[in-house]
Write a protein that binds this ligand. Sequence first.
Ligand SMILES: Cc1cc2nc3c(=O)[nH]c(=O)nc-3n(C[C@H](O)[C@H](O)[C@H](O)COP(=O)(O)OP(=O)(O)OC[C@H]3O[C@@H](n4cnc5c(N)ncnc54)[C@H](O)[C@@H]3O)c2cc1C
Length: 598
Amino acid sequence: MSPYESRDAAAGPVTADDAVRSRRAVLKGIAAGSFAASTSLLPARAEAAGAANWVAEADVLIVGSGVAGTAAALAATSRGASVIMLEKLPFKGGTTAKSGGVFWIPDNAWLKRQGVADTRIDALRYMVRLAHPQRYAANDPLLGISQAEFDLIAAFYDNGSKVLDTLVATTGLKLVPWTTWEGKAYPDYYSDLPENTVRRGRSLVPDVSGHPERVIWPNNGGAGESLLWALQQGFDKLPIQLLLDHAVLDVTRDASGVINGLMVDRGDAAPVAFKAKRAVVFASGGFTHHPELARSHLKGHIWGGCAAPGSTGDFVAIAQRAGAVLGNMSNAWWGQVPVEVALKTRSVPVDVWSTPGDSMIQVNRHGRRFVNEKIQYNERTQAHFTWDPVKGEYPNLLGFMLWDARTAKHYAGYDPIPAASAKLEQIIEGATLEQLAANIDARLAKIATHTGGLKLDKDFVKTLRGTIKRYNAAAKKGVDEDYSRGQATIEVAFQFMNAAKAPNPYPNITMHPIADAGPYYAVILGAGTLDTKGGPVINPNGQVLDTRSQPIPRLYAAGNCIASPAGAAYWAGGGTIGPAMTFGYLAGAAAAGEAVRT
Ligand SMILES: Cc1cc2nc3c(=O)[nH]c(=O)nc-3n(C[C@H](O)[C@H](O)[C@H](O)COP(=O)(O)OP(=O)(O)OC[C@H]3O[C@@H](n4cnc5c(N)ncnc54)[C@H](O)[C@@H]3O)c2cc1C
């Protein structure tokens, strides 16, 4: 904890539990999965406090201390502006700090050093093809999408590598490519598409060698904290004040209605007003932990997500009141979550990144496989949303990841498979498939009130035996005719990520027959998010647009709190942090360029 932060140093290192212990009503109930609708209090409180008595002022006020906010702060100060960053949690970093810290930047310096040409048109084709697949048109000047959508994706390509070069030159950030267990640069998530001409090397990570131990999320393997640490190395020499435990409730306006500051709950009897001499930038994360917003906007049901607890979508209501138009509200950065864990703690520690194991499948309540278990998390998760119009059910609402003793041994400790010595409540065991099914049903009975009373189908075990028989034959052959498991380059890259290389004599390293005899293990999985990616629409400067597509004066935003330029896509590992960093920087720079109000 450095001196420029407001949290009392005597309070000691922060832990993830601080989030749920925080005094903030904003967070009340997240741990229990019930949400205290903090945003419903906002208008009345903001009005009641008035905006005339400023407690502090800066050229640019930034809401949120994740990567988008940090990049915005660096850009603003590089243009001579003073900054106050307001963070509602008692610790900094948001979901970024929990993350793997990977960032995806097309045409980046590392690629250039390798002599790889990542041309504008090819990169744009790849991005648009996945962001808006139903409208993509390869030879259309706008690739089939609207001018505004095209401009945002183009702005990402045109500025991403420049922003990154600037950050490398001006902060402690050093880059290395994100590499696979094979020692190769990581492939993009759709590296095999014909539109992808570069395939590998757009995903980078911070060089973490100088970073001391992680303190905020000690049990998270990722380098997100290192990324922020590197970016924030010079913060104490810059005119940046980071205030923790400061929850932004709303914007304030001057007599002519133009935004001129923020109403903030900092634990006093009443909210206080902070003045923005130039502009405000929201970088406040998504709405994963606002169940009502998630229910009414996302394209399928989620049980929770691994976003940090501050992702309660506060900007959605604030921006709507400011007249913003919303976009991309149905999409998220999807990830499967263990349902029983999420029902206890909506903000789960981590999602099921790459489903570990080879003698492992995922089946639905009918005992049928329903997805390529190895396809990357964003795509795999969406298989939970399928609706069966004949039966009138979501057959895959819950998935049952099932594995045998072999996978339990070789992939021990690779989430959600427990370490050899660990007994995790969410892991269900059975000496036989019949016993496993009975134990799953017993668990389902316990959570029935949350699932519409979902049970295993009466023929579950019989169907499951057939499923395993077919899967085992496919594993021996190395070809999965049902779901193409192990065919995409990314699936092979993910197979031994963080896991010891398990010996597998069969031709497809992602598949191994499941043992004929128990013990068997299972965990109940469902849809979740890393965080959402819908919100107010911005332009390439990061200005928030109103319902007539005009910029709302002095209001900027970036990161997961906006309608992501990525649309439906998850282009590659780092596909969320890359754009958040780029647009955060652009927003901070443009905000600093606003005239000082007199
Ligand atoms: C386990 C995990 C691994 C991941 N790995 C990667 C990866 O390797 N690469 C990648 O690209 N993405 C990854 N992601 C996703 C990525 O972390 C996020 O998409 C990204 O960091 C979001 O950045 P952000 O700045 O928009 O928001 P955040 O980092 O979430 O920051 C938003 C901040 O705003 C604060 N805030 C919210 N409301 C208010 C308010 N009203 N007042 C004041 N403050 C407020 C929040 O508390 C939070 O600190 C991962 C996510 C998880 C959970």
